[in-house]
Design a protein around this ligand. Structure first.
Ligand SMILES: [Zn+2]
Length: 638
């Protein structure tokens, strides 16, 4: 029913030069036999997944998807041309083909297509044409990759056909469709065309021969709504084959609750749409749903330090870091905004991550008290300096995304370090003997409760205007749904920020601060209270960074390794623990050098990716601990 440009690149339209498609005269007779078996696999684009785990991974995803449906073969929509200004950028070298067609310096597809050939895949090569002539693109793409037996056809994302700012697209006429099919068959009579949109009106009114109709609708309220909409799509194009893209982040609230989302969505579609030719899980969430094997830590550890302000000599600072083996600085937006700081960082090869608080929002709360998150006791989500905004307000969330983009645009850091991307709790004060039932739970504001009631049929009866009654009601009737809702709310925010900043700067890394609670600690408080589903967050971030401040939370040094192991198991991504250096919240007590060193070594044990020290001021103030760092991590260290 609806499409969205969420997560799509926002491209600035400059001058619209509508290019008339050249008419082809050759139209060899259709000779291709239909391939009757179901295809199941994934959609791939360079901008979809947060990282490309490589061709073996994609082969595995195709095979695992196909294995879910009897008789299915692996099939993929492999995007080789993405919108680029008014035209297209093809992911292989192209020279002088057309003013609106650009290529990349190296070929991104040849090797993976070889893998697909060897593994019995069916591959559609797709473009987002913009104003570039489609027949020209057909010829360029199929001339280059037509020798691969896995290739079965060419696809056009009609949302970007003569459309460059919004995924609307110009309607494809019967004449267009006939000409494109002919152009494709000129390369191989067995090839077919797919046309993709979420609106039937954008697709050719009568021409069906040689065409697969792909629906990529999203933002659907439930599986039932999706199936109903897809069934309508199937009926309107029958008996022509249809296919579907599923697994969008915007639909995560309901599909993430399924035990096996690809299988259950696929089976429901197949039961309702008999002319389904193929099912494709989209690349935006593929890593979350088909997790890659954890990467072995073979690279030298990342050694980071958190620093919030600095007034001294920058040359001295960076020289000290070099001596201690510190390669990465996690800095405040203020410090990152200093050109002199960035210049020395760049010269010394020090990577910068900017610390970006998300739901900790004291300034915004001062301006707009309605924004406060509300606890189960009906109180503001405030404990000492910890002040949290409600996580579901659209305007606040949009503003945060824009601030993150602005920061990345201005500073162009190696990464963003997302802090306070969770629900309210002053975890720093939670000692091991804390009664789990006393942890604060949020947010029970009418906005959150209303959303919860709308998202879950079982929660429809929740009283939305009384937090205390609502909390009791939820505990009795929808406790697990509530945890799911909380976690989805947080994960979707992380996803929105990550996607947006990667659109500004593609290789922006995301480090995400997680509360240092293992899966079962405090009655599963990591999800129940903090709302951090590390499985989902690990699919979004490059690093999960548990704040392993062992002395602060009264834990022994080796506890750090158990937290890192737990985060790695749950998150299936690189884990970058942060450790404390100074004494905070336990003033007057001694955090010994020996205890610090034991904690540091525990933090570096596999599968850790490195360590981040909190904070530079504490290191600068403690010569003995600085010496430990130099000895363990400095040049020639042990
Ligand atoms: Zn709320």
């Amino acid at each position: 029913m609806r499409a969205t440009n969420v997560g799509r690149r926002l491209t600035v339209a400059v001058v619209l030069v509508a290019m008339a498609g050249c008419t082809r005269t050759t139209a060899p007779p259709a000779g291709g036999a239909e391939t009757p078996s179901l295809g199941a696999g994934f959609r791939y684009s360079v901008y979809g997944p947060k990282r490309d785990p490589g061709s073996q991974y994609w082969v595995r995803v195709g095979e695992e998807m196909a294995a879910r449906f009897p008789g299915a073969v692996p099939e993929t929509i492999w995007i080789v041309g993405r919108l680029d200004g008014d035209g297209v950028c093809l992911s292989f070298p192209v020279e002088g083909a057309h003013p609106l067609v650009r290529g990349e310096a190296t070929d991104r597809n040849e090797a993976v297509l070889d893998s697909f050939d060897r593994n019995g895949f069916r591959v559609w090569l797709q473009v987002e044409p913009g104003h570039a002539p489609v027949e020209k693109l057909i010829d360029l793409v199929l001339a280059r990759y037509g020798h691969h037996p896995s290739v079965v056809g060419f696809g056009v994302d009609v949302e970007w056909y003569r459309s460059t700012t919004e995924p609307e697209g110009e309607a494809v006429t019967d004449e267009d469709a006939r000409a494109w099919v002919a152009a494709i068959r000129a390369h191989n009579p067995g090839y077919r065309l797919f046309l993709k949109h979420w609106e039937q009106e954008k697709l050719p009114p009568t021409v069906r021969d040689g065409i697969l109709f792909v629906d990529d609708s999203q933002i659907l309220p439930s599986l039932e709504a999706m199936v109903a909409e897809f069934a309508e799509w199937g009926r309107s194009f029958a008996p022509a084959p249809v296919a579907f893209q599923v697994g969008y982040p915007s639909d995560r609230p309901w599909w993430s609750r399924l035990a096996d989302p690809p299988r259950q969505i696929g089976e429901a579609i197949l039961a309702a749409v008999p002319n389904t030719h193929a099912l494709f899980w989209v690349d935006f969430t593929v890593i979350e749903v088909f997790p890659p094997e954890p990467v072995a830590a073979t690279k030298p550890p990342i050694v980071g330090v958190k620093i919030y302000e600095y007034k001294g000599d920058l040359e001295v600072l960076f020289e000290q870091w070099r001596r201690l083996g510190i390669t990465t600085a996690f800095v405040s937006a203020e410090l990152a905004g200093r050109e002199d700081f960035r210049a020395v960082a760049a010269r010394t090869g020090t990577e910068l991550f900017v610390i970006f608080p998300v739901f900790y929002a004291p300034d915004e709360l001062k301006r707009d008290p309605d924004l406060w998150a509300v606890t189960a006791k009906g109180e503001r989500a405030k404990d000492d300096w910890v002040e949290f905004a409600c996580p579901t307000r659209e305007a606040f969330r949009r503003a945060r995304v824009e601030q993150a983009c602005e920061l990345v645009r201005r500073v162009r850091p190696a990464g963003l370090s997302l802090d306070f991307i969770r629900d309210f709790v002053f975890w720093e004060m939670v000692a091991p003997d804390r009664d789990p039932s006393t942890l604060p739970d949020a947010c029970y504001c009418p906005h959150c409760l209303g959303r919860f009631a709308a998202a879950f049929p079982t929660a429809a009866g929740v009283p939305v205007h009384d937090p205390v009654t609502a909390a009791a009601w939820i505990r009795a009737h929808a406790a697990s749904e509530w945890v799911r809702f909380k976690c989805d709310t947080i994960a979707s925010m992380a996803w929105e920020i990550a996607r947006a900043v990667r659109d500004v700067k593609t290789n922006t890394k995301i480090n995400l601060h997680v509360v240092p609670w293992r899966t079962d600690d405090f009655d599963r408080a990591i999800t129940r209270i903090a709302a951090q589903d590390r499985g989902a967050l690990g699919g979004i971030a490059d690093f999960l960074s548990p704040m392993c401040y062992s002395f602060m939370v009264h834990r022994p040094p080796d506890w750090i390794a158990s937290v890192v192991g737990d985060v790695a198991r749950e998150g299936r991504c690189a884990v970058l623990p942060s450790v404390q250096v100074g004494v905070t919240y336990r003033e007057g007590e001694t955090f010994s050098v020996e205890e610090f060193e034991a904690g540091l070594r525990a933090a570096l044990a596999p599968p850790s990716t490195g360590v981040v020290f909190w904070s530079w001021d504490a290191i600068a103030a403690d010569h003995e601990k600085a010496e430990v760092i130099r000895r363990v991590l400095g040049p020639g260290g042990s």
